[in-house]
Design a protein around this ligand. Structure first.
Ligand SMILES: C[S@@+](CC[C@H](N)C(=O)[O-])C[C@H]1O[C@@H](n2cnc3c(N)ncnc32)[C@H](O)[C@@H]1O
Length: 261
């Protein structure tokens, strides 16, 4: 794993009477993502895979061959999902955790997987892709500037990038860290909710067009009751219908961001 700035267990006063944030910078990496090693990508079928693939494929013919890169591919489950439905596509994945890349390579031999950090341009593939996906990883970063320029650079002109994660239709951005109280000192990134307005400001002038898609929460396959893992998403009632949330009390909309270069 690349060298990271470790989190200090508690905030410390600076001596000037000012409290400085001591949670680590959000570069995405979290120890809990090693849990993907316990899941078989050949049988993992997340409900958002279908809507993301539909946006990625657009109006292209089924037998057309395309180059797809999945950023934050974990154990390769989405790559496997795509290859089963689009066997002519050339599917690659990158992840910052080498253990997950090894697992993806072993379970999905038709895919090409490598270790890379989407925040570190020099670690990324030099080629361009017709489709770039980044699923449930956008919420790991505090700023779009950290990682989205690289996603767009990896997308070939004329290609499409599709993100899936928490998104706020209202003009408010949320940055947060969560932890398992009493169990761990690690403050985890992963639930930031940036607004459409922030995406709009970032994307203007950088892509040809973009659109937001909010799938109906009930179709996304999340549980309606609280799962054992307090940080896992479940459906929660909200004044405007249903949202996702977890035991922190945070609730959020999940959406796809479709961006055309
Ligand atoms: C919440 S998991 C999502 C996995 C998969 N995309 C899915 O939807 O099931 C986030 C993944 O992104 C990876 N990741 C986090 N930060 C990253 C970074 N800076 N560059 C590349 N991958 C990263 C993690 O290791 C993890 O596998």
């Amino acid at each position: 794993m690349p060298d990271r700035t470790a989190a200090e267990p508690n905030p410390a006063p600076t001596g000037r009477g000012v409290w400085e944030p001591t949670w680590r910078r959000a570069e995405g990496t979290r120890s809990i993502d090693l849990r993907y090693l316990d899941r078989d990508p050949r049988t993992t079928d997340r409900p958002y895979f279908g809507p993301v693939l539909a946006l990625a494929a657009g109006h292209r013919r089924r037998d057309e061959s395309l180059r797809l890169l999945d950023v934050g591919c974990a154990n390769g489950a989405f790559a496997r999902y795509v290859l089963e439905r689009r066997p002519r596509w050339d599917v690659s994945g990158i992840d910052v955790l080498p253990e997950l890349v090894d697992a993806a390579s072993a379970a999905v031999p038709e895919g090409r997987f490598s270790v890379a950090d989407i925040c570190a341009p020099q670690s990324l593939p030099s080629e361009r892709f017709d489709v770039v996906t980044a699923l449930t990883i956008p919420s790991h970063f505090d700023s779009l500037e950290q990682w989205l320029p690289q996603v767009l650079r990896l997308t070939a002109p004329g290609g499409v990038a599709v993100l899936y994660g928490p998104l706020n239709p209202s003009p408010v951005d949320l940055i947060c860290r969560l932890r398992y109280a009493g169990e761990s000192e690690e403050w985890l990134p992963g639930w930031n909710v940036l607004s459409q307005r922030t995406y709009d400001a970032f994307l203007r002038g950088r892509v040809r067009s973009w659109a937001y898609h909010y799938p109906e929460v009930s179709t996304l396959g999340y549980p309606a009751t609280a799962p054992a893992d307090g940080l896992s998403s479940r459906i929660v009632p909200a004044p405007d219908g249903q949202r996702l949330g977890n035991s922190s009390g945070l609730t959020y909309h999940m959406a796809c961001v479709e961006m055309h270069r």
